[in-house]
Design a protein around this ligand. Structure first.
Ligand code: ADP
Ligand code: MG
Length: 915
């Protein structure tokens, strides 16, 4: 079998292309596809292979810090301290191993996330349409595409209806390109091959079927790029912040080490090599070398936690950005509501009204009037409405009960398609299954899919030998397009009084939070084969249906949580003003807002054609925007951003892509969303749920807090250790630690403990604070008193110990200082688990990783002091057990000091909050 992926398929007719690709209109069989997949390889771009652990390990040696360590080793060797040389080499190795594990862990987490983002494609295999992973596509597969799908492989069109694709990612052309099936001349340029569609581009509108011609690296995209659609770690706001932090800390450590050198060499005349060695060692230990790695671990852990909560991160930076979100712009259907729509009421053109019984998608229930069961065959208008509801519809009901869907009851069928259409289909089925032969046969000729700009859908069909055009959509829209109204006696003039009556009914339903849909039709002339939007006019109005879509569980709570977290929630929806406002009221979006309510609870699109100043006032005062077009969505977002807000926005359709990109955090719906929206977004919600956004924001805040806590920890630690040197030298004492001892302290404290801090879970009050301002830097002046307090305790203890033990010899004194410096830092980790709360109130041992780090760190210290070989190398002197315990006890003073500090600084505030 020989499949040519490079053949100019655009020059063949559709059938010839199929034949050439050894396929057929019904598609390949699974067996054929399997064989081809083995032969040709998966439909993936190359260059996406995983990490190489060896390279990752070697990378650790490229570090600037390692260079300084090698210099230190050189100096030691020059001074003849061979032991120091070995120890420094050991430290270099240890550092590399630690760095390796940190990065390995972060990398693993990123890869796990990548594997969650799967692209799917609908293909026809053995005559049946099914969804497969896009990587399993092979040349010859027949794929089915609709609006918003991304195109999974280079393909030759077989059928196209109103098809337009956007090829900007490939050709740079931003306008949609119209695609047709007709063959072209062989020599036309790639950008003009309008019967071909390309991997990496997407369907802007219309539907199509196509046969795959080239996959993976053989596609046009494969030739130019190897990295589309991956998680990108770009330089972001946050990266800038962490870079600045790194620089700030590096400057501090260089300056302080310089002081050590100057004091040691010029003020006291220690031998040059000694001073140099100690200076280099303090420099090494005070540079926060672990910080970048720790930050990526914090981000990775945050992203992993979010994924567990159904928020899948596509761009890593979003993890932290979420923490600063101050406005959420959410849509309604499916995000705030369950998206299990049920028709509850019917109001017909002849003035009759019905209630529909039954719940959810279950095909059980019927029609009642004044609590009495009605016989549908009595009313021709009702029959016409049911006919349109069932036929002008692209949804499908399966046999199997639906699985996994929140709120789906047992016995409900699985459903496919737009929930609005499912609701209408279920309505029709409820009646027709009980009354066979009620409705005539419908032969569908052409379907006009729903678009949120038009706000209606259509169908061209043949009913009893007669062509009709059916339409279902937003009632204002359909009412405008209607000229007559259906009654039991046939169509009549649609008078203004009748319009008024319909309008009032619609309004009152919308106020009850119902989504209202109008159904209408028009006899067609019988020549046209295509359903086009322009033909949807002069309609005969049949009636309206009222659909309920109850709020999801947990949404009101999530909205309330946003309020106390200082986050504003806005609803931006395509639905009717009153429906929007009613749902907003139910979930609590309208609570406690706007002091000035001159604009009312909600605004709709046509009220928004105002100048920027007024628009900006509206955005301040109104939180529900309805019948909104994608452009207005963008305008609202931009207005808010100009006010300094950081916004998270949800979206699902093709038209939402620009707004999703524009938002600081674009959030796409995993279930309902189109591929285009998902590609444009930074986060994909796998459960489409509003409450998930709020949980993700909480994780985002924890990320920022953990980065902050870890850097404060490093800063205190480094500052205190260097201070010990400076003061000791100034007094005229010997060095309080040797170079190798400093390096070891640095490893067993910073290196180990910061990993524990990275996993802190955040504490109760994190969603009671205001969002972190967008440009807040990680180092905050707030923390200065704390750092000074901790450093003085550490300094006092270390110098005290040194003075006390100095009469027993330098080595004993250094051993004591070593213990004190290390242990005060280790204890400080516990303090840093929360900047405001008492460590006892959050649970002293509640962070498993900090506990492990504590044990590891303590053992490492004891090992170097109490194993003869190592203590010889490090020049430690054994301390009696009592002394050891006393020193440990004294070191724990940092905890008591911090507790007192936290109590006076924040304790009262917390007590107030708890009331
Ligand atoms: P949203 O989903 O935010 O409510 P849409 O733009 O999807 O907004 O829908 C706008 C209006 O269009 C709805 O209020 C409804 O009247 C109508 N509509 C929505 N979906 C369909 C559909 N599948 N078929 C016909 N009309 C629809
Ligand atoms: Mg919708």
């Amino acid at each position: 079998m020989e499949i040519e992926q490079k053949y100019p398929y655009h020059s063949l007719r559709a059938e010839e292309a199929l034949e050439k690709l050894q396929s057929r209109a019904s598609g390949l069989t699974d067996e054929e596809a399997q064989l081809r997949l083995e032969e040709i390889g998966p439909n993936e771009l190359t260059g996406t292979e995983g990490m190489n652990p060896l390279l990752l390990f070697l990378k650790q040696f490229k570090d600037f810090l390692i260079l300084i360590l090698f210099i230190a080793a050189g100096v030691a060797w020059y001074a003849g301290h061979m032991v120091d040389v070995y120890v420094i080499m050991g430290v270099i190795m240890f550092n590399a191993v630690l760095g390796f594990f940190q990065e390995y862990r972060a990398e693993k987490a990123i890869q796990a996330l990548k594997s969650m983002i799967k692209q799917e494609a609908t293909v026809r295999r053995g005559g049946k349409a099914k969804k497969i992973e896009a990587r399993e596509l092979v040349p010859g597969d027949v794929i089915i595409l609709e609006e918003g799908d991304s195109i999974p492989a280079d393909s030759r069109l077989l059928q196209a209806k109103n098809l337009q694709t956007v090829e900007a990612s490939l050709t740079g052309e931003s306008l949609p390109v119209t695609k047709k099936v007709t063959p072209l001349e062989e020599k036309v340029h790639m950008g003009d091959r309008t019967n071909m569609i390309w991997k990496g581009t997407h369907v802007a509108r219309g539907t199509a079927q196509a046969v795959v011609a080239a996959t993976g690296p053989h596609t046009e995209l494969g030739k130019i790029s190897s990295s589309l659609g991956e998680i990108k770690v770009t330089t972001t706001n946050f990266r800038k912040k962490t870079d600045r932090l790194g620089k700030q800390m590096a400057v501090i450590s260089i300056l302080t080490s310089l002081v050590v050198f100057v004091l040691g060499y010029f003020l006291r005349d220690y031998p040059f090599e000694e001073v140099l060695l100690v200076t280099v060692a303090t420099l090494v230990s005070s540079i926060p070398e672990g910080l970048p790695a720790v930050i990526s671990i914090v981000l990775a852990i945050g992203a992993k936690r979010m994924a567990r909560q159904h928020a899948i991160i596509r761009k890593f930076s979003a993890t932290e950005m979420l923490g600063s979100v101050s406005v959420i712009m959410t849509d309604k259907t499916g995000t705030l509501t369950k998206s299990i729509l049920t028709v509850k009421r019917i109001f017909l053109g002849d003035g009759s009204e019905y209630a529909v019984t039954g719940t959810g998608y279950a095909v059980e229930g019927g029609l009642t009037q004044n609590e009495q069961e009605v016989n549908p065959s009595d009313s021709p208008v009702l029959r016409q409405l049911l006919l349109i509801a069932g036929a002008c519809n692209n949804a499908k009901l399966g046999e199997q009960p639906g699985e996994g869907k929140e709120g789906a009851e047992k016995g409900e069928p699985s459903v496919m398609g737009d929930p609005t259409e499912v609701a209408l289909l279920v309505l029709a089925k409820k009646i027709t299954t009980k009354n066979e032969g009620l409705l005539p046969e419908v032969r569908q000729i052409d379907d006009l899919p729903f678009s949120s700009e038009q706000k209606f859908r259509g169908l061209l069909a043949e009913v009893e030998g007669q062509r009709v055009l059916m339409a279902v959509g937003a009632p204002e829209k359909i009412l405008k397009l209607s000229t007559s109204i259906l009654t039991a006696e046939g169509p009549q003039d649609l008078t203004d009084e009748l319009r008024q009556e319909v309008w009032e009914k619609m309004d009152s339903w919308a106020e009850e939070a119902m989504r209202v849909l109008a159904l209408a039709y028009r006899p067609s002339d019988g020549t046209s084969e295509e359903a086009v939007a322009d033909d949807v006019r002069d309609l005969v109005w049949v009636g309206i249906t009222g659909i309920v879509d109850p709020p999801r569980k947990g949404v009101p709570e999530a909205v309330a949580a946003c309020r106390s977290a200082g986050i504003r929630v806005m609803m931006v929806t395509g639905d009717h003003k009153k429906t929007g406002a009613a749902i907003a009221r139910e979930v609590g979006i309208l609570d406690g807002l706007a002091n000035d309510t001159s604009y009312g609870d909600a605004l709709q699109e046509d009220e928004l054609e105002v100048d920027d100043q007024e628009f900006s006032r509206m955005v301040d005062q109104v939180s529900v925007f309805t019948r909104v077009s994608p452009n207005t969505k963008l305008r609202i977002a931009e207005t808010l951003q100009d006010k300094g807000h950081l916004i998270a926005m949800t979206g699902d359709g093709v038209n939402d892509a620009p707004a999703l990109k524009r938002a600081d955090v674009g959030i796409a719906m995993g279930i309902r969303g189109t591929d285009v929206a998902k590609d444009a977004a930074q986060i994909v919600l796998s459960d489409d749920n509003f409450a998930t956004i709020v949980r993700a924001i909480q994780e985002g805040r924890i990320v920022f807090q953990n980065v902050r806590q870890t850097s404060y920890f490093l800063l205190t630690t480094n500052f205190a250790a260097v201070a010990v040197f400076i003061v000791a030298i100034a007094i005229g004492w010997p060095f309080p630690l040797t170079a190798t001892q400093i390096l070891w302290v640095n490893l067993v404290t910073d290196g180990v403990m910061e990993l524990g801090l990275a996993t802190e879970r955040g504490h109760g009050d994190i969603m009671k604070q205001k969002p972190v301002p967008r440009d807040a830097s990680i180092l905050d002046r707030e923390v200065v008193p704390y750092i000074l307090l901790m450093s003085s305790i550490m300094l006092g203890l270390a110098l005290g110990a040194f003075a006390y033990y100095l009469p027993q010899g330098e080595e004993t004194a250094r051993t004591a200082v070593f213990l004190v410096v290390a242990m005060t830092q280790v204890f400080n980790t516990f303090n840093m688990r929360s900047l405001e709360r008492s460590v006892f109130s959050i649970g002293l041992f509640s962070n498993k990783y900090v506990n492990i780090a504590f044990v590891v760190s303590l053992s490492l210290q004891l090992v170097v002091i109490y194993t003869p070989l190592l203590s010889g190398l490090f020049r430690f002197e054994e301390l009696p057990l009592v002394d050891l315990l006393v020193l440990l006890g004294l070191s724990s003073l940092v905890i008591w000091g911090a507790e007192v500090y936290k109590y006076f600084r924040f304790g009262r505030k917390q007590a107030r909050e708890q009331k």
